[in-house]
Design a protein around this ligand. Sequence first.
Ligand code: FAD
Length: 389
Amino acid sequence: MSHPVLIVGASMGGLRTAEALRRFGYVGPITVIGDEPYAPYNRPPLSKEVLAETVSHEAVAFEQRESTADVNWVLGTRVESADLEHNIVTDANGDVHPYSALVIATGLRPRRLNVANGELRGRHAVRTLDDAIALRADLKPGARVVIVGAGFIGCEVAATARTLGCDVTVVAPGISPMQRSLGTELAAEMQRRHEAKGVVFRLKTAVTDLVGESAVEGVVLDDGTTVPCDVLVEAIGSHENTEWLEGNDLNLSAGVLVNNDLRAMRQNGVPWNNVFVVGDVARFPNPAYDDDARQIEHWNIPTETAKRVAQVFTEQAQGEFRPIPSFWTDQYDNHLLAYGVLALADDVKLIDGDITGDCVFGYYRSGKMVGVCGIGMRSVVQSYRANFV
Ligand SMILES: Cc1cc2nc3c(=O)[nH]c(=O)nc-3n(C[C@H](O)[C@H](O)[C@H](O)COP(=O)(O)OP(=O)(O)OC[C@H]3O[C@@H](n4cnc5c(N)ncnc54)[C@H](O)[C@@H]3O)c2cc1C
């Protein structure tokens, strides 16, 4: 029997790749190796609706489709290294897995605060189901919660914790929450909406140290003040899970650099014919915008990249890969939906609605629309989607 297509990373990108391979007619063996003990599950609810309720695998698991019933899932197993010249990976038990093609789907893990007294109870990050289960247990009404980082995950956790009756302070270096993604005006409005719910922001500041003996009791800021807390959530960005790929002549400077067919690139720019990358860990060029390769850490990208890999692998790919990035975020009753690459904009304008209610912003680079984002007004936001195709 031929060696399988081996997918490393048993989350959304891995699952969607297995499904897409079957959909595009590949009938050979598929093995998926993942270090988490769970079958693939959906991460967005972990900082939103599920975090406000009971966090369980059942609540977030992806449906297992008939088409992938014969996939060999090797869960709870970490891949330690890869040898791309010899088409093998080796797991933490020392088992060697040969492959005919390799799909890298190992995603990201949270960055943590670099502080001297780090081993304290009450410190959290949110990436995995186990992270969310642990955090949920600490989000008791009246708990003093400090969230470091005011990106989407930090702000979603702030909203959920506030809804659960916690006292919430958000500490971040920027001038307003989610400002890098949303632009100044919309970010300032989102800050106002959080403050109206009772969230306190300590902006333009950073954490230098933690207070506490065995459990976290406070964070020390760079202005010398201390914010007391019972729960600390670190939402300060991510590291790519690429250490297992080192020594293979890949460009791992930010994710894994791939070409437009999602084939991993050697340092000299020549692609590995049978090594593909999907999901958050892929840094790919998108000619819909420019020649720069970027990681796009949004939910639709695992599905889009998986489909492309299956098309390329089964020799059915046509034209360029030009996915439209899309994200949403839910904070209280504010439902934001976006298409495009908002961060590329040099000009952001309110194009519909009222900033204090439902509204839509357009994001422009040199006069050309590169993104759209709305609070509510989903159909209006969706109507701009065609601009990016
Ligand atoms: C809390 C949270 C909320 C989010 N909310 C939104 C949202 O509202 N909207 C949106 O657009 N996007 C959201 N996202 C982003 C979205 O969930 C991600 O884009 C998506 O999960 C990426 O899937 P992936 O398969 O590429 O990577 P991941 O989901 O990170 O999966 C990678 C898997 O590989 C495993 N792995 C890593 N290294 C190894 C190894 N060496 N061996 C074996 N296995 C390994 C990891 O443990 C993990 O299971 C959110 C993400 C999080 C964490």
